[in-house]
Unconditional design. Structure first.
Length: 339
């Protein structure tokens, strides 16, 4: 849905479904909300220091600069029960923080252990021009999830995670960015799914400053999913089982998935749209290089695009019009799917 970024910000969320790229499926969802948010920091594994912060000690002055939203975040979460905090810091003073509730300690620890490698992976793809630190919250209920994201309207109980920020003018550096996980995301996604979802949402965080609401979802969500799975030792069929099955049955995409295909519902197979978006970005990276898939995102993420605008972006980046792009993408899918 279209959201006025002067008053609202886009919530990039993920929905759990029956399959997710071989194990748990997720699809993209956009929700209008009044944003609050988090901050992020580069945390290589070799420089990670994890330390739990006892509730009684949280009022003490932190050893490194804290994100200014943390007191308000702790206040909101505290109204839903005791809060546990895991800080992840490095020698240069950057700090990432994961917050949850005592019974969610396993998910909090898993996410804290993954933040360093997740931020490093996103930075390797996107570059260093983003905050490179993370504030991550694990909600205890749909009500807390809505409070943490300031979501308006009904939020599906299938949402696994969302990235949010303060309202900002496109092109400015966003503030108040954070990733919020739903109460049962860990149970539904497992440790690997939490890791992939964290990387997906941090990609939205990294790219948010150059992303205009209304840009094609096959670019926004497909790129984030490409980032989430980049470097994984998994086959095309494991990453895109629905798309693979269709290709082997002779049913290849006739076009790039429209935004409407990403909306969950009985009329859509949103998982297929999600896999198609991933595959379009993976195709570009495979055939033209990682730098080019980032360049294409930057060109495509500047706002709503009609056919001629998509043609222009693809031509300037890849030397192809949309029809030629779809033809080559279809052939690439066939070769990868063994169709």
């Amino acid at each position: 849905m279209s959201v006025d970024l002067s008053a609202l910000t886009r919530l990039g969320g993920r929905l759990a479904a029956k399959r997710r790229f071989g194990s748990v499926a997720t699809v993209a969802m956009a929700i209008a909300l009044i944003a609050v948010g988090g901050a992020l920091a580069l945390l290589p594994k070799s420089a990670l220091h994890l330390r739990p912060v006892p509730a009684a000690a949280e009022a003490a002055a932190p050893a490194v600069p804290a994100d200014p939203q943390l007191p308000e975040l702790r206040r909101i979460m505290g109204s839903y029960g005791p809060v546990v905090t895991q800080e992840v810091s490095q020698d240069d003073g950057r700090l990432s923080v994961v917050l949850g509730h005592p019974y969610q300690r396993a998910d909090v620890d898993t996410l804290a252990g993954d933040i360093g490698s997740a931020v490093t992976a996103v930075t390797q793809l996107w570059g260093t021009d983003w905050a490179r630190a993370a504030v991550v919250a694990v909600a205890s209920s749909p009500a807390e999830f809505a409070a943490l994201t300031h979501a308006t309207g009904n939020v599906s109980d299938q949402v696994s995670a969302a990235s949010v920020s303060d309202p900002f003018v496109p092109g400015a550096r966003p503030t108040g960015q954070r990733v919020v996980f739903s109460a049962d995301a860990g149970r539904r996604l497992g440790a690997d799914g939490l890791r992939d979802t964290l990387r997906h949402e941090l990609t939205h965080v990294a790219a948010r400053a150059v992303t205009v609401d209304g840009s094609p979802l096959w670019t926004l969500e497909g790129f984030a999913e490409y980032s989430a799975h980049r470097g994984e030792n998994r086959t095309f069929a494991q990453l895109a089982p629905v798309l693979t099955a269709d290709a082997r049955a002779g049913e290849l995409p006739a076009e790039l998935p429209p935004d409407s295909a990403f909306a969950p519902g009985p009329a859509n197979d949103a998982t297929l749209a999600y896999e198609a978006g991933w595959s379009a970005n993976a195709f570009v990276a495979d055939q033209y290089g990682q730098h080019t898939v980032v360049e294409l995102y930057r060109r495509m993420a500047t706002g709503p695009k009609d056919g001629p605008a998509v043609d222009a972006a693809l031509h300037d980046t890849l030397g192809l019009n949309q029809a030629d792009f779809v033809t080559r993408w279809r052939e690439w899918i066939k070769s990868r799917a063994g169709a």
